[in-house]
Unconditional design. Structure first.
Ligand code: LCS
Length: 394
């Protein structure tokens, strides 16, 4: 049964998976094998030449990984999935496949720190050019397009500013320039946003976050409707070596089964928390796509089916007061990462986005006082009580 025929919650549990043909196992077996036996030399040769699509070596393909690829591709409304070792492996695969000397990429300025660092500090060594803009105004993307632009790269909502970029508008801008649009959909998961349906060519995830949802795996995913784009990304990742391990893929498959349940609860908690934080006397500002005060509130409502579970805020008293809050929470954990079942709090300027450097952070709107809260699935009153007692410590 295809995702198009069932509701999203159902697809999370079943997409890409069927009982195992050998013993009827309901859970997809973990094919913990690095290599696959050939019946004879001719079959081995046929697999390597592409005439036989059977498995040969896990870096190139594995049945457990394939189940996860079918699952997430279906949830994204895409045809082809490619599971990767980490979210950064998905991102670097996209860059290594489509960028090169003399090619230019326009990117959201406030992206996950290392994404920007790869472009600005690593790929520049190979002659790749990049321009970072505030993509919440699509005109900035349009104005940054050059003759050699081959990719528009968007993260929306952006980490950690939660700025929203108009995916459909950026798809048009990219396609008019003969470029592809790549969207990092990590903050939404396919439950809340489907970039391919809005015109993106490739959607990617750090599955470490909402898709897996249990803070126990690092993994990534690339999804596209284009066989050609997928063929190229598959070729590059198989050579560069960033594919996923089957045990890790199995854990993510298990996590995805509760994606809809988890996102619903975390989002409900986040909405209430954002509303109450906004009224708290010790809070300077709150940024959450579900609040009317969010600068792209209307766009978020149009493009996303819900505001998600990530909140950014600044405490009155800046960095010092923010640190007091982070050091005083007890139930929520002071840790990077996000999208897990447990609430996490962190300081982007000194942690996740430290590698960007102060100039890039200022330009991207990542203030020193910004505190990021990944709202989990604990009871709402417990999350609030914990955060409020931490605010009382200031
Ligand atoms: N894309 C986004 C939007 C992310 O937030 C992250 C990681 C990545 C890609 C990279 O994924 P990874 O390789 O870690 O699976 N974000 C993190 C964060 O905000 N805190 O710790 C990691």
């Amino acid at each position: 049964m295809k995702h198009a025929e069932v509701k999203f919650d159902t697809a999370c549990i079943h997409a890409g998976q069927a009982p195992d043909k050998l013993f009827g196992g309901v859970s997809v077996p973990i094919y913990q094998s690095s290599t696959f036996a050939f019946e004879d030399a001719d079959q081995g040769a046929a697999r390597f030449s592409g005439k036989d699509d059977g498995y040969k070596y896990t870096r190139i393909g594995n049945p457990t990984n394939a189940a996860l690829e079918r699952c997430v591709a279906e949830l994204e409304g895409g045809k082809f999935g490619l599971a990767t070792a980490t979210g950064m492996s998905a991102i670097s695969t996209v860059f290594m496949t489509f960028l090169g000397a003399g090619k230019h990429v326009v990117s959201t300025g406030s992206v996950y720190g290392p994404t920007r660092t790869i472009l600005e500090k690593e790929l520049t060594r190979f002659g790749v050019e990049s321009t970072f803009v505030d993509s919440s105004d699509a005109n900035n993307v349009k104005n940054a397009i050059k003759k050699n632009t081959v990719m528009v790269y968007v993260e929306t909502p952006a980490n950690p500013t939660l700025s929203i970029t108009d995916i459909a508008a950026c798809a048009k801008i990219a396609h008019d320039a003969g470029a592809i649009l790549v969207v990092d959909n990590t903050f939404c998961s396919p439950m809340l946003q489907k970039p391919l349906q809005l015109g993106a060519d490739i959607v990617l995830h750090s599955m470490t976050k909402f898709l897996n949802g249990h803070s126990d795996v690092v993994a990534g995913m690339l999804v596209t409707n284009s066989q050609d784009l997928m063929k190229n990304m598959h070729r590059v990742i198989c050579q560069m070596g960033g594919t996923i391990d089957p045990h890790q893929a199995w854990l993510v498959l298990r996590g995805v089964k509760t994606l809809a349940l988890r996102v619903k609860v975390a989002q409900e908690n986040a909405m209430k928390l954002a509303e109450e934080l906004e009224k708290h006397p010790k809070i300077e500002w709150v940024k959450y796509p579900g609040l009317r005060s969010h600068p792209q509130y209307e766009l978020a409502k149009k493009q996303m089916s819900g505001p998600g579970a990530m909140i950014s805020f600044e405490v009155k008293g800046g960095v010092k007061a923010g640190k007091t809050v982070m050091d005083s929470v007890g139930l929520s954990t002071l840790a990077v990462s996000l999208g897990g079942i447990e609430s996490l709090i962190q300081h982007p300027a000194s942690m996740t986005h430290a590698s960007m450097g102060p100039a890039a952070r200022t330009e991207a709107g990542i203030t020193d006082g910004l505190v990021r809260f990944s709202v989990g699935c604990e009871d709402y009153e417990d999350i609030k009580k914990d955060l409020w007692q931490a605010l009382d410590k200031i």
